[in-house]
Ligand binder design. Structure first.
Ligand SMILES: Cc1cc2nc3c(=O)[nH]c(=O)nc-3n(C[C@H](O)[C@H](O)[C@H](O)COP(=O)(O)OP(=O)(O)OC[C@H]3O[C@@H](n4cnc5c(N)ncnc54)[C@H](O)[C@@H]3O)c2cc1C
Length: 487
């Protein structure tokens, strides 16, 4: 077996958390080594149709099941840059109220808004966090119209983009390079500063010796389909493999203290809405607004639109709704997201193959919030002029008037008919000083180990209630800088 020279720092995963860690360590002169399971794509590979994009850049082509009382479809990135290559780029700082709740519940050190301010500011400058600089597309204008009709407040959410052409390619990778994903920003900068990145390489196991992790066993996938098992020794290891694969890797390496037992998500319910006017959502950037009126428990927003995505929503009641596919120019897709009070578990496959088992128990509060959210969203869309709203719920809809919509404020949606999705996952290895519930200390150092760290979505102690990339990057920078100072 080939053994690589010891690295001072080995980083597993090159997504939001891993790229940030690599950038901070490389800037401090540490020459970190990044191992990424997915492939390094170039701009000309980006922007293909959804099935191609998902085959290239997503784990399990974007079809990871979360098991539980309600089926939940989960998608995450698997490529150089991780989820930041395929996400919509919406940017939020962690809301102050949420930071204070984490302080109270997890005794998270150095996590007041003032402690994170410099990290958020730094990322916002680097990733060009900004508002859309062109006129809003029809789907955004219609959404605004409905929100105003309800008398609610909304905000255009800033995104990590520069010169977005609104081409509707976000989930397939941005072919114009407008999205400031990690492959466009922090990763190449880290490589210039001395970081090395090995792609097509999946870490199977951490090698332990008492309270230290001395290296990893990993499998490199060659272009010709062959595989090679390698060993890489390292002085410090950062696991940044994302909210599902970080706990999976730790657990199968025998590291299980509060690991993979408190997985959280933002469960999402999607609807398609049909209008008399043409929207052409399949040709424009997704709706740019979010309704925070009912935050933190409920958020409403707009989702990516492609014919396949519309078909998935209509397929819940295909026989009666399939003809709506002919009206796709007049349709747009929106979502209700709950903050996610339920909890789940992550369990690894023993052999290290890509077969992690994910469970989530939808809390009664989640069901209530999704039901209420559907009432709010559908009423809003009808007020905006929708002629029908098609929820992704078997046996339900279309909702054609306010009375059919508003009833879900007081009734629970049938669990047996729900088809939920999520793209926001976290909290499987929470950080904080509360050793009775946390997997790692406030700066991501895994309890009971001297040189093992986590620095990705898995460390987020609880649902942030907002798109998570900002929270992950802010905390990852804070933690990596703390590590550098300690060395
Ligand atoms: C379609 C979509 C849209 C989204 N939209 C938004 C949005 O608009 N705004 C927002 O804030 N968030 C959004 N998100 C979520 C956001 O992208 C993620 O929360 C974020 O990327 C997670 O960062 P991370 O570092 O935890 O993990 P990731 O970014 O998922 O990176 C983990 C990396 O580790 C690699 N890896 C895993 N296991 C191993 C292993 N054993 N060995 C080697 N490498 C490994 C993976 O291949 C992956 O590249 C979206 C996500 C998706 C999927």
């Amino acid at each position: 077996m080939k053994t690589y020279h010891p690295a001072q720092a080995l980083i597993i995963g090159s997504g939001a958390g891993g790229a940030m860690t690599a950038h901070v360590l490389a800037s401090a002169g540490m020459e970190p080594l990044v191992i990424e399971e997915g492939k390094r794509w170039i701009l000309s590979d980006y922007g293909n149709n959804c099935p191609d994009g998902m085959q290239k850049m997503y784990r399990r082509r974007g079809m990871t099941p979360i098991m539980g009382s309600v089926p939940i479809g989960y998608a995450e990135g698997r490529c150089y840059g991780g989820g930041t290559e395929i996400n919509s780029g919406f940017w939020h700082r962690t809301p102050p109220e949420i930071l204070l709740r984490w302080k109270a519940q997890y005794d998270l050190e150095a996590s007041y808004p003032k402690d994170l301010e410099e990290h958020f500011l730094w990322v916002e400058n680097q990733l060009h966090v900004s508002l859309y600089d062109k006129p809003w597309p029809a789907s955004t204008r219609i959404f605004a119209r409905g929100i105003e009709a309800m008398g609610w407040s909304y905000q255009e959410v800033p995104r990590v983009v520069e010169n977005c052409e609104g081409l509707n390619y976000c989930p397939n990778g941005c072919p114009g390079g407008a999205k400031q994903s990690m492959s466009r920003t922090l990763l190449p900068q880290a490589e210039q500063a001395g970081a090395k990145v090995i792609t097509n390489c999946r870490v199977k196991l951490l090698i332990k010796q008492k309270k230290r992790v001395t290296g990893v066993l990993a499998v490199v996938q060659r272009e010709n389909g062959s595989e090679e098992l390698i060993r890489i020794d390292a002085e410090n290891i950062f696991v940044c493999a994302g909210a599902t694969e970080t706990p999976a890797l730790l657990r199968r390496s025998g590291i299980r203290f509060h690991i993979g037992d408190s997985f959280r998500i933002h469960p999402m319910l999607k609807v398609a809405a049909k209008f008399d006017e043409e929207i052409n959502a399949h040709k424009s950037v997704l709706p740019l607004l979010q309704v925070k009126e009912f935050w933190p428990e409920i958020s409403l927003g707009g989702a990516f639109f492609a014919p396949g995505h519309l078909a998935m929503i209509l397929s819940e009641n295909w026989l009666s709704h399939k003809d709506q596919m002919n009206c796709l120019r007049n349709m747009a897709i929106f979502y209700v997201a709950a903050r996610g009070i339920g909890k789940g578990t992550i369990r690894s496959s023993r052999t290290g193959e890509d077969a992690t088992s994910i469970r989530y128990t939808l809390a009664r509060e989640d069901l209530g919030n999704l039901s209420k959210g559907l009432a709010y969203l559908s009423t809003l869309l009808l007020a905006a002029g929708a002629v029908a709203v098609y929820p992704s719920v078997y046996g339900l809809g279309p909702l054609n008037n306010e009375i059919e919509a508003i009833r879900w404020l007081d009734e629970l949606l049938p669990k047996s008919g729900l088809s939920l999705t999520t793209i926001h996952a976290f909290s499987s290895c929470p950080i904080g000083e509360r050793i009775d519930r946390c997997a790692a200390n406030s700066f991501g150092k895994v309890y009971h180990y001297d040189n093992l760290y986590i620095n990705d979505g898995s460390m987020i102690p609880d649902s942030p209630g907002v798109n998570p990339q900002g929270t992950i990057m802010g905390f990852a920078r804070r933690n990596a800088m703390h590590f550098v100072e300690e060395q």
